[in-house]
Design a protein around this ligand. Structure first.
Ligand code: SF4
Ligand code: SF4
Length: 234
């Protein structure tokens, strides 16, 4: 059923039940996101898609549109909130882009550019995080994990459906883990899928790195904003 909502004051048509982030993209309005993948169940973990809905701040990927809904995306307070959330992710992890295999292909880095981030307003924590080299197929560069849970929910053993990745601990003790035995059974294609799905450079294909030349890397060819609006996979 078609309904009407407003986005930044402009009335648009939408399919009842579609989420705000998809409706906005279909109408040319970019909302950043780091955990949401079009066509997959919403995770709602990163909150970088926060917008105002009828005056209240909500994560756009988690909320289905409803008749008469008033959505504010490019409103100063919530725009700054999204920027602050991106800055927090940089200050919580250890991100050294020039030496990162994902640089130029990284959704966090590309989103940092989109929200006009120059430096984080929050103190950098420099938390020590141990790299996991235990599997033959993947190494986990934990410094860069933003705990989006994409890998946990969307990458499974192809035979048994068991989860390969998990998050252990909470808060400052949270840590991404990999089941080494299951990871060793992953096909090269599944390893590449997991590495591409990770929005940052945490899941690294141990057989490949720096494979795209500078200037031809994913977000140098087309911005994350344009990809989001085209609904192509990031
Ligand atoms: S994961 Fe992204 S933001 Fe972090 S160091 Fe690598 S390129 Fe930079
Ligand atoms: S390893 Fe990557 S995909 Fe998995 S939770 Fe961390 S950032 Fe997300």
């Amino acid at each position: 059923m078609s309904i009407k909502v407003t986005i930044d004051g402009k009335e648009v048509s939408a399919r009842d039940g579609d989420n705000i982030i998809d409706v906005a993209a279909e109408n040319g309005v970019y909302i950043p996101s780091l955990c949401y993948v079009k066509g997959k169940p919403c995770l709602g973990t990163c909150r970088t898609c926060s917008v105002k809905v009828n005056g209240n701040v909500m994560a756009a990927c988690t909320i289905p549109v409803a008749e008469g809904m008033e959505i504010e995306v490019n409103e100063p307070e919530v725009t700054d909130m999204r920027k602050a959330l991106v800055e927090l992710l940089f200050s919580e992890g250890n991100h050294n882009c020039p030496s990162c295999e994902k640089s130029g292909r990284c959704e966090l880095q590309a989103t940092g550019y989109e929200v006009d981030m120059m430096v984080s307003r929050f103190p950098y924590r420099f938390t020590p995080r141990v790299v996991d080299h235990s599997s033959k197929t993947i190494f986990l560069q934990r410094d860069r994990c933003i705990f989006c849970q994409r890998c946990v929910d969307m990458i499974r053993d192809e035979k048994t459906g068991e989860k390969i990745f998990s998050i252990k601990g909470r808060g400052t003790h949270a840590r991404i883990e990999i089941d080494t035995d299951l990871a060793n059974e992953m096909s090269p294609q599944q390893v590449r899928e997991a590495s591409d799905l990770c929005p940052v450079g945490c899941i690294i294909d141990s057989t490949q790195g720096y494979d795209d030349p500078i200037g031809k890397r994913k977000f140098e060819v087309k911005t994350i904003r344009d990809r989001a609006l085209e609904r192509t996979h990031r």
